[in-house]
Design a protein around this ligand. Structure first.
Ligand SMILES: [Zn+2]
Length: 219
């Protein structure tokens, strides 16, 4: 008897039918829900960015999947979230004309606990099909308070600005940069990163994430 390989749905964790195919990552019910409930169609802005986009709403089963992706070692979910995000970049490729894909960093302590940065896994998978370079450009300070603990927008903005800093020796002069994160919430972290990328010389900065909170105003 050979090994029985089972795959589970990224959104509801149910076992997928054996005949679903090697590439399948969702059960039919969740695939339908993605089409009907989870599409993010609203346009939104990030302070300082030239444009921003996200294909999915961070709510319900999608939000739960992002949490498993981040905190429960479901690194392979990066494939599914990147697959949702790639068409968004494809649509904008001629306008954005990216030279580089980069990502929001996580603190060193989190990196050692988790072993990966979910935004980096996404950025790599988003850059590769377009043969774009993907590189780290920013650091995260190890002991900054969590954004979710900040009460209001002003406090989150201040906290976000303190949390990030520039990696030495990177020149983004004249470059168009796509900044990838896993969720856009208030946008204060992305806005702080955009500001730093511009200080590094980037002429255009675009923000791309697989998910965005429906209101855009909470963590
Ligand atoms: Zn499912």
């Amino acid at each position: 008897m050979g090994l029985i390989f089972t795959k589970t749905c990224v959104l509801c964790c149910k076992t997928l039918d054996a005949d679903a195919g090697k590439a399948a990552m969702l059960c039919p019910a969740c695939a339908k829900a993605v089409r009907e409930q989870y599409r993010c169609t609203e346009r939104f802005q990030i302070d300082g960015a030239d444009d921003a986009a996200a294909p999915l709403l961070y709510t319900g089963a999608v939000a739960d999947a992002v949490k498993r992706f981040k905190f429960k070692h479901r690194q392979h979910y990066a494939d599914w979230f990147a697959a949702q995000t790639l068409p968004v970049l494809a649509e904008r490729l001629d306008t954005w004309m990216p030279d580089l894909v980069t990502f929001i960093p996580i603190g060193v302590l989190h990196w050692y606990q988790r072993g990966y940065n979910q935004a980096e896994l996404l950025a790599q998978r988003i850059a590769a099909p377009f043969s774009l370079s993907c590189a780290a450009t920013l650091w995260k300070r190890p002991f900054t308070p969590k954004q979710s603990g900040r009460k209001d927008a002003a406090a989150r903005e201040k906290n976000a600005k303190r949390a990030l800093w520039i990696r030495a020796g990177i020149d983004l002069s004249g470059k168009s940069v796509v900044l990838v994160d896993d969720i856009i919430t208030t946008g204060s972290t992305a806005a702080a990163a955009v500001k730093l990328l511009r200080e590094m010389g980037a002429t255009h900065v675009y923000v791309l994430a697989p998910t965005r909170t429906p209101s855009g105003r909470r963590d």
